[in-house]
Design a protein around this ligand. Structure first.
Ligand code: ADP
Ligand code: ZN
Length: 217
């Protein structure tokens, strides 16, 4: 079963890899970041609560995030597997996910971690543009869309995320090292952890991860 977690620091390329992997393996893409951004755009109670937290680069409280994921994982399309992108990000979230997995009979089968050095993360984040409609990511120098400012996949106008600024990025990275990095040992201990070199070219990395997923199918 492909019950997959994609983890890595902000800017590691989770979203980019996820977009390709879900197309290739026909899995639902569960990105907590995208779900929060959608809630913010729609001004739902969740969005109003999360807006300021996300803009400054902090983590949304565990109970809120876990409830959101639990709701999503219990939907029918996750019966054939799922790709979690950006969740869990803390040990309590990982523990909650373990319980959810048991409850719905879909435990995590693989954790993919993308490793990228800090200088490269900064370069990627500062030039990143994203599609607010389909979540695709671009870079102004190294991953340009075919038409400037327009999403290749869906034609929407690209934007720069509010939290893609130097100050919020620092907070996100600090939070990553403090709260998310401990998940590496958590999942290593369970024999689920596999790390990849996130600096490799997109297609090459996609090939390596795909081979791993093929073996799990
Ligand atoms: P990143 O580029 O940092 O991986 P994401 O799009 O995954 O960005 O998430 C954007 C923001 O949404 C995070 O910085 C955080 O504020 C919030 N968020 C996303 N996932 C979680 C989570 N699992 N727990 C808490 N907050 C989260
Ligand atoms: Zn798009």
């Amino acid at each position: 079963m492909l019950n997959i977690i994609l983890m890595g620091p902000p800017g590691a390329g989770k979203g980019t890899q996820a977009t390709h992997l879900v197309d290739k393996f026909h899995l639902p893409h569960i990105s907590t970041g995208d779900m929060f951004r959608e809630a913010i755009a729609k001004k739902t109670p969740l969005g109003l609560q999360a807006q300021a937290i996300i803009a400054r680069g902090d983590l949304v409280p565990d109970d809120v995030t876990c409830a959101l994921v639990k709701e999503r994982l219990s939907q029918d399309d996750c019966a054939k597997g799922y790709l979690l992108d950006g969740f869990p990000r803390t040990i309590p979230q990982a523990e909650a996910l373990e319980k959810m997995g048991e409850e719905i009979g879909r435990p995590v089968t693989l954790v993919i971690d993308l490793e990228v050095p800090e200088a490269e993360l900064i370069r990627r984040i500062s030039g990143r543009r994203v599609c607010p409609k389909c979540g695709a990511s671009y870079h102004i120098d190294t991953m340009k869309p075919k038409v400037e400012g327009i999403c290749d996949r869906c034609g929407a106008e690209l934007i720069q995320r509010k939290d893609d600024n130097a100050e919020s990025f620092k907070t996100r990275l600090d939070n990553y090292y403090k709260s998310t990095q401990p998940l590496v040992d958590f999942y290593k201990a369970k024999g689920l952890y596999k790390c990849f070199d996130g600096t490799k070219p997109l297609q090459e990395l996609l090939g390596e991860i795909s081979a791993e997923l093929e073996a799990l199918k």
